[in-house]
Design a protein around this ligand. Structure first.
Ligand code: DGL
Length: 270
């Protein structure tokens, strides 16, 4: 047993899709979350910048005594996971392999859709992970850069004409490929899952990369004997921009108030 906290980070709000699942599956774990809300989005940036930001995020998280780090961001997982693993002496978990495994196991017609940020799609990380599992699977990828700013601005609900129109525009092409499984390869996208599901139509399984990453990390920590064994854990939240905006959106999403639990960090100092 290990009572130290698990560090989780994302470029913004999206990693909360992973936090929600961590809390559901392992309520006894202490969590330290960092959302780089002052520098989001990462998905439009170069690999070098993503790696630099990710290293600073991890250096901040490691100012706490952690037993593991979860990279709850596909853009970082696709562009910096190997480097972060090599540089840290605690387990570092990413989103790509867990989501790829679930998608490969789920597809019946061997056609998998992938939506993500420009940097995630450009990296080819999902195609490599899926082809390593089964080279006969076809992957149809589409970058959806406007989804993240919409989510960060709270525009994620069914019935919001702007987000429905953007989803229609991005997803028509993937839908035309007749995929039966769609990887939401960005931790922000599950916040849009109702809109994405409606646009894709019935019969398409949506894979939530944040939730799959949480489940896979917990399985590994359990195997290593590193779960806390506590009845109830605590969560602390840190952001690099307004704490109020984050607290409001995070409370809605997590279904409980986090007001008063969010602190601001000057991430450039790490
Ligand atoms: N949450 C990030 C991801 O999973 C996307 C947000 C961003 O572009 O920074 O890729």
């Amino acid at each position: 047993m290990d009572k130290r906290a698990i560090g989780v980070f994302d470029s913004g709000l999206g990693g909360l899709t992973c936090v929600r699942e961590l809390r559901r599956l392992a309520p006894g774990e202490d969590l330290v979350y960092f959302g780089d809300t002052g520098r989001v989005p990462y998905g439009t940036r170069s690999r070098e910048t993503i790696q630099r930001y990710a290293r600073q995020d991890v250096r901040f998280l490691r100012s706490f005594d952690l037993k593991a780090i979860i990279v709850a961001c596909n853009t970082v997982s696709a562009n910096a996971l190997a480097e972060l693993r090599a540089e840290n002496d605690v387990p570092v978990y990413g989103t790509i392999a867990p989501a790829a495994r679930v998608a490969a196991a789920s597809t019946q017609n061997r056609r998998v859709g992938l939506i993500g940020t420009a940097a995630s799609v450009r990296s080819g990380a999902y195609e490599r992970a899926i082809s390593a599992l089964d080279p006969t699977l076809r992957v149809y990828a589409k970058a959806c850069p406007l989804f993240v700013p919409l989510v960060e601005n709270g525009r994620n609900r069914l019935g919001d004409q702007v987000v429905e129109l953007v989803a229609q525009d991005y997803l028509t092409e993937v839908k035309a490929k007749e995929v039966d499984t769609l990887i939401m390869g960005c931790t922000h996208y599950p916040l849009l899952s109702a809109v994405i599901a409606k646009t894709m139509g019935p019969g398409v399984k949506l894979v939530d990369s944040g939730a799959e990453c949480a489940a896979a990390a917990l399985r590994d920590l359990e195997e290593k004997g590193l779960l806390s064994g506590k009845a109830a854990g605590e969560s602390r939240f840190y952001v690099s921009d307004s704490t109020e905006d984050f607290a409001r959106l995070a409370s809605t999403f997590l279904g409980e108030s986090v007001t008063g639990q969010v602190e601001r960090v000057v991430i450039q100092e790490y």
